[in-house]
Design a protein around this ligand. Structure first.
Ligand code: NAD
Length: 268
């Protein structure tokens, strides 16, 4: 039986992730790309997505079009871009999937409040492997409560925020598994807090180089031994695949804040 495609808008459409989501969605009959939103002043404004002129072609725009008949918005942009997407989704009551990281507390609070009105799914990392890494780290952090824990991440040279959203989410998962709040134990800037390692702290280290897609290691060190859990993303298509799976899962749900784990748990 033919399935009606879900109409999708991608915010941050000219970025690395936006392009990866568009490429994948345009090649998949389950999706109909309605538009791509790019930053104000972008040379892409008005251009057809995919570059081929045709009547009714989906286009890039610098503002959100009317969202009626749009099933879901996927956002990979910047905090300001996400704030604009949130406004548009709230106004039209459209579900929002976002992977944008580096948000401030005010935007975090706005997103939390928005989940009362729209279905919202946020993930610092849309890969299946990182979802499993998070579970493994939770159990390792709880099973080895006295071991030192450090989270190392490496990303491409143009990444804006540090530590990565994924590193912080891993830290949060480990802290929760140990019954503490990450804010109380995080050691993010060692240069300005010299001295010995604080027992129970969770340290972060960030590398920025070349075109690394994303690497995360949770290092647990006890007396005389060390455990390292590592995930390496080789292709950002994995994040696009996860974001589209999340979007298909979220479309049509009741308002609320949903986690990626629910999507992967529901996968056949
Ligand atoms: P990028 O810099 O390549 O793309 C961001 C795009 O957003 C740019 O094209 C920029 O022009 C556009 N933009 C800026 N302001 C905008 C606005 N107001 N409206 C619409 N578009 C706007 O970055 P990227 O690598 O694609 O990453 C984007 C975000 O997604 C970052 O926060 C990154 O950390 C995050 N990310 C998340 C995951 C995940 O799995 N959750 C994976 C990769 C990246």
């Amino acid at each position: 039986m033919p399935v009606t495609p879900l109409r999708l808008i991608v915010n941050g459409a000219s970025g690395r992730m936006g392009r990866a989501v568009l490429d994948r969605a345009r090649a998949d009959a389950r999706w109909q790309v309605a538009a791509g939103v790019v930053r104000a002043g972008s040379a892409l404004e008005g251009q057809p997505i995919g570059g081929v002129e045709a009547p009714g072609a989906a286009r890039y725009g610098t503002r959100f079009p009317a969202l009626d008949a749009v099933a879901v918005v996927i956002d990979f942009s910047t905090p300001a871009g996400l704030a604009a997407a949130l406004d548009a989704c709230l106004q039209a009551r459209v579900p929002l999937v976002t992977g944008t990281t580096g948000l401030d507390a005010a935007l975090e609070a706005r997103l939390d409040a928005a989940a009362a009105a729209i279905p919202l799914l946020r993930a610092a990392n849309f890969s299946l492997g990182v979802a499993l890494l998070t579970r493994l780290l939770r159990s390792a952090a709880a099973a080895l409560p006295d071991w030192d824990l450090e989270i190392l991440e490496a990303h491409h040279a143009r990444k804006q925020d540090a530590p990565s959203g994924t590193a912080l989410a891993l830290g949060q998962a480990a802290a929760a598994a140990r019954g503490v709040a990450l804010a109380d134990v995080a050691a993010i800037d060692r240069a300005s807090a010299a001295g010995a390692r604080r027992a129970g702290s969770i340290g972060f280290a960030s590398l920025r180089a070349g075109d690394i897609v994303g690497e995360h290691t949770a290092l647990l060190a006890g007396p005389g031994e060390r455990l390292e859990l590592t995930h390496r993303a080789d292709d950002r298509a994995i994040f696009a695949r996860g974001a589209l799976a999340a979007a298909a899962w979220l479309a049509g749900r009741a308002p609320g804040s949903y986690a990626l784990e629910a999507v992967f748990d529901a996968a056949p």
